[in-house]
Structure formats: C-alpha cells, structure tokens
Design a binder for this molecule. Structure first.
Ligand SMILES: [Zn+2]
Length: 73
C-alpha cells in the first residue's frame, strides 16, 4: 500500500470514529433525559405517568424500590 493511500485511509477511519463517537454521545444524552423524565413499568414496560412512579396505571403493577432490586432478573 502506498503512503498517500495509507494517509487517506487513516483519515477516513478517524472521521468515521469521530462520527460514531458523536452518535454514541447523542444517544447517551438522549437516553439519560428519557430515564430522568420517564419511568417504565417493570411488568408491562409502559411509561408511567403521574406523581407515583411506583404504581402502573396500565396493568396495576406496584413496584417498591426495596422489592424492585430483589425481583430483577
Ligand atoms: Zn404496567
């Protein structure tokens, strides 16, 4: 492989890595915001709304913090 080709190749890879890093950061920041604002039901997986994040209005599932860690699979 010629030197110029090698430089061109490595530059392309660096740009790709930067793009992938940007996307991962974007995904992570988005996921953090989602986790902060929304709590998902551990039983049916629906987003819990309202003041009580431990009670699911869809399936009536109750999850307490002390039992939640114990029931996690
Ligand atoms: Zn539920």
């Amino acid at each position: 492989m010629e030197f110029e080709q090698l430089v061109c190749y490595s530059q392309t890879i660096i740009i790709l890595i930067l793009l992938i890093g940007y996307f991962i950061n974007f995904k992570n920041s988005k996921a953090k915001v989602t986790v902060k604002n929304k709590v998902q039901c551990s039983s049916c997986g629906k987003t819990l709304l309202g003041q009580d994040p431990n009670y699911c209005s869809y399936c009536g599932h109750m999850s307490s913090h002390s039992k939640g860690t114990h029931l996690e699979k």
